[in-house]
Design a protein around this ligand. Structure first.
Ligand SMILES: [Zn+2]
Length: 63
């Protein structure tokens, strides 16, 4: 299993639907607002959470 963030093939931790390695998890946990990677990770997590929260697309035809 590859880390969804850096592509590292290490022991990964599944968070919601994303898999990330310890390194990336540490990065996120230690992220500071002024960090230049902050937006990058923030968006990544937002997208991941969006997939997690959104129900699967189902078409319910209205008769
Ligand atoms: Zn990683």
């Amino acid at each position: 299993m590859y880390c969804n963030i850096c592509g590292n093939i290490e022991e990964n931790i599944g968070i919601f639907k994303i898999k990330m390695c310890k390194y990336c998890l540490d990065e996120i946990q230690n992220l500071k607002y002024e960090d230049e990677k902050y937006d990058y990770y923030k968006n990544l997590i937002r997208i991941a959470l969006g997939y997690y929260i959104l129900p699967p697309l189902e078409l319910n035809p209205v008769n």
